[in-house]
Write a new protein. Structure first.
Length: 429
């Protein structure tokens, strides 16, 4: 039998042989996701667990319960439940325990919720100050918005009002409203710099409002539409393009088919969802690009003019419309480039000015006999004002045929051949 003095000492100081220990949380982050892995209380749910451990002693029995601390914004019985009321360590038991948390699936988009937890133990001296936070995350009840295709290749021609790029919201529930905005952005990693399409290569109407899917709405919406030229000309700003449900929730894109030989050009777009959107946007749908392949406009237009005859050029397939003004200049003298600014000087054998007639569907330049003294060969047609009103655009190249003053020669009928100097193009028979 132990002496009485020993028991008095155990009452005053902790006795190593009689330590109960205390209960604390194990270092595991609870990050639970709503889902439907099983049914509990007749409700579809998922689960996670909180790990508890006993340290500092194993004498006696300890029962521990979880308590909800301030700062919790999830509701017990609505967002989650504890599967069991408590866990118990018997005398000598030091094994870790788990308390299951049932996470209810509600098919409603919600922001991430938190449950701050502490421990109530019996006996009370086995309760530690340990705390933990469990996160409950939505299982994408807002659905997903994906944009396709991520890359588009177009020839340098006017469009036909076709949709080039679609955004589709999908999901079993599609809870809440989602707003998608797509805007032009810098194309990353393009070298050389000339491969970036500039403001004179295309024209666009910027968005004044996002594409919107209402609560429960799924399906496709057009992100980028390739404008027909006439539609671009007829567009009235801002009547066409304002308001939540206006047509300008889609980007309008109009290619300017110029006559310059150039490498493929690229335009890039960046997509984003508003802060209050419930859907998710995959990383693969954030950046899209459009590649414009050069087209030989001269070959397609076949703009020919015979020197000395009335010359009527059909420029309906270019960006020239009725009433546009511009210059026609000699290609060799200008190195096949339009001037940076239009200088409407008196007509000469190297430059003349014009004003087109017609409309966007049928447009003509009537040169009459203005080129009768010009040297045959390539001539550049420049549109002053460009597509957007601030530049000079090389819209086409024409060929001038026929003899000119230096094509003089004396020939005798009996000669086998008769050389005419500097004869270019198609002359008289």
């Amino acid at each position: 039998m132990l002496p009485m003095s020993f028991w008095r000492l155990c009452l005053i100081l902790p006795c190593a042989l009689a330590q109960t220990g205390e209960i604390g949380f194990l270092p595991r982050q609870v990050d639970a996701l709503e889902g439907c892995q099983f049914f509990y209380n007749w409700r579809c749910c998922n689960y996670d667990y909180v790990g508890l451990g006993r340290t500092g002693g194993s004498n006696g029995t300890i029962t521990a319960r979880l308590k909800i601390l301030p700062g919790t914004n999830a509701t017990e019985g609505v967002d989650f439940d504890f599967y069991q009321d408590s866990v118990t360590w018997q005398d000598g038991d030091l094994d870790p325990k788990a308390m299951l948390i049932v996470i209810y699936n509600n098919d409603v988009y919600e922001t991430t919720k938190v449950v701050n937890l502490g421990i109530d133990a019996d006996p009370a001296n086995a309760s530690s100050a340990s705390e933990t936070t469990a996160f409950i995350r939505d299982d994408n009840d807002g659905g997903t918005v994906e944009i396709s295709p991520s890359a588009i290749v177009l020839d340098e021609r006017f469009g036909n009002m076709e949709c080039l790029m679609w955004a589709e919201r999908s999901g079993a529930v599609a809870s809440g409203t989602t707003e998608l905005t797509v805007e032009y952005t810098e194309c990353p990693g393009i070298v050389p710099e000339r491969n970036r399409a500039g403001p004179n290569d295309f024209w666009s109407v910027p968005l004044t409002g996002p594409l919107v899917w209402e609560d429960g709405e799924t399906g496709k919406k057009c992100v980028l539409r390739n404008l027909e030229f006439q539609a671009g000309i007829d567009m009235e700003w801002p009547e066409c393009c304002t308001g939540r449900n206006s047509s300008n929730n889609t980007l309008f894109f109009l290619i300017n088919p110029d006559a310059e030989e150039e490498a493929e050009e690229r335009v890039c777009f960046k997509a984003s969802l508003s802060d209050n959107s419930t859907a998710t946007l995959p990383e693969t749908s954030i950046l899209q690009s459009l590649i414009i392949n050069d087209v030989d406009v001269m070959e397609e237009l076949r703009l020919n003019c015979s020197r000395g005859l009335d010359c009527l050029l059909d420029v309906s397939k270019t960006s020239i419309v009725g009433g546009d003004m511009g210059l026609i200049i000699d290609a060799e003298e200008s190195d096949y480039k339009c001037p940076q600014t239009c200088n409407f000087t008196a007509n000469s054998t190297q430059q003349i000015s014009y004003r087109s007639s017609g409309n966007a569907a049928e447009t003509f330049i009537n040169l009459g006999k203005a080129l009768r003294d010009w040297k045959p060969g390539d001539k550049i047609i420049c549109k002053c004002g460009g597509l957007t009103g601030g530049d000079v655009t090389h819209v086409a190249t024409m060929e001038l045929h026929g003899p000119y003053l230096e094509n003089t020669a004396s020939c005798v009928k009996s000669w086998a051949t008769c050389d005419v100097p500097h004869l270019l193009g198609i002359g008289y028979k």
